[in-house]
Design a protein around this ligand. Structure first.
Ligand code: FES
Length: 322
């Protein structure tokens, strides 16, 4: 599903709060039309226009989970973790966005919805990976669903919302602060769940892999395991792509993704997650070597396709079927 710009919402940032030492929460209110309700786990893509570290104008588009109540259409909330080593979107949100500023967001899309047939929902969050679960919780409560939230973080950096969660949800919430020496023992946690429990994980790759491996060893079928990985595009060497239809060349700098470079040159490619998981941006490669960084293409598809939201060229040039 491609979004054209008229589908997008213009929103005003009405409130910015530091919810953990490295995480800021932004409240977004519609400037044109109404915000829609969304399903738990949904995200929006935020377009940010500003200056990068070299004073050049730049545009970023990052996906952020919505963390407000899915039925509250008065405002959306997102939380952004500052990642100074990444390509600048989070730095922009932390240092250049102020209350009263306008941003553009896509309508919500969901790649991480709960399965309502689950006997029990086991939510496992790492750091800023708490955000999609913030929209699960009001809905799980309303449905009277059986659930537990296990939330691992580093109290000196992350740990947003832990106090409110414990206050509001009591013993359904279990917090593990690594900076205080707490450990989340995955095998024991997974072993003690009733049959038919669905497991949802959002957080760093290491946590997701740890849960998946332990669940596999314990015989959980794959269909019960759901995960969302924020694979923000990583920088790499610059390269050039040639577009088959027009012969036009597009330069991709080390700091931008191929998808961003195409968009900056007026080439629209469908996209939803901008993190290498949804499959929407799949693009044919006619020549050149690709460094695949996505979690979508299988080995056979890797011979002929690239996911431009995260993957880059290994060779100096690529020819794309665009
Ligand atoms: S936009 Fe989802 S895989 Fe590229």
């Amino acid at each position: 599903m491609s979004m054209n710009s008229t589908d997008n919402y213009r929103v005003k940032v009405t409130n910015i709060v530091e919810v953990a030492p490295t995480i800021k929460e932004f409240t977004l209110v519609a400037q044109n039309g109404e915000l829609t309700p969304f399903s738990p786990g949904a995200h929006v893509v935020v377009t940010m226009k500003g200056e990068n570290g070299d004073g050049q104008l730049k545009q970023w588009k990052n996906a952020y989970s919505l963390l407000s109540d899915p039925r509250d259409t008065s405002a959306y909330k997102i939380a952004v973790r500052l990642q100074p080593q990444s390509r600048g979107g989070s730095v922009f949100m932390h240092s250049q966005v102020s209350e009263g500023d306008e941003l553009e967001i896509t309508p919500p899309a969901n790649l991480f919805a709960p399965n309502w047939r689950a006997k029990k929902h086991l939510l496992i969050a790492g750091g800023v990976g708490i955000t999609p679960f913030m929209s699960y919780l009001p809905e799980l409560e309303r449905m009277g669903a059986s659930y537990e939230l296990h939330y691992a973080f580093r109290g000196l950096q992350t740990g947003a919302y832990k106090t409110e969660l414990i206050e509001q949800l009591g013993e359904q919430v279990h917090c593990y602060d690594a900076d205080a020496g707490d450990r989340l023992l995955l095998a024991e946690l997974l072993k003690s769940q009733p049959r038919g429990t669905h497991v949802y994980i959002c957080g760093p790759e290491l946590l997701i892999d740890g849960v998946r491996q332990n669940a596999a060893l314990l015989g959980y079928p794959d269909s019960l395991i759901h995960f969302e990985e924020f694979a923000a595009p990583q920088p790499g060497s610059p390269f050039t792509v040639t577009l088959e239809s027009s012969g036009a060349e597009v330069q991709v700098s080390s700091e931008e993704s191929l998808l961003e470079a195409l968009e900056a040159n007026g080439v629209e490619v469908p996209n939803l997650c901008r993190g290498g998981v949804c499959g929407q941006c799949v693009t044919k490669v006619l020549d050149g070597d690709v460094e695949h960084r996505d979690a979508f293409l299988d080995e056979r598809e890797q011979d002929t396709c690239i996911m431009p939201c995260v993957s880059r060229a290994k060779s100096k040039t690529l020819v794309l079927g665009l």
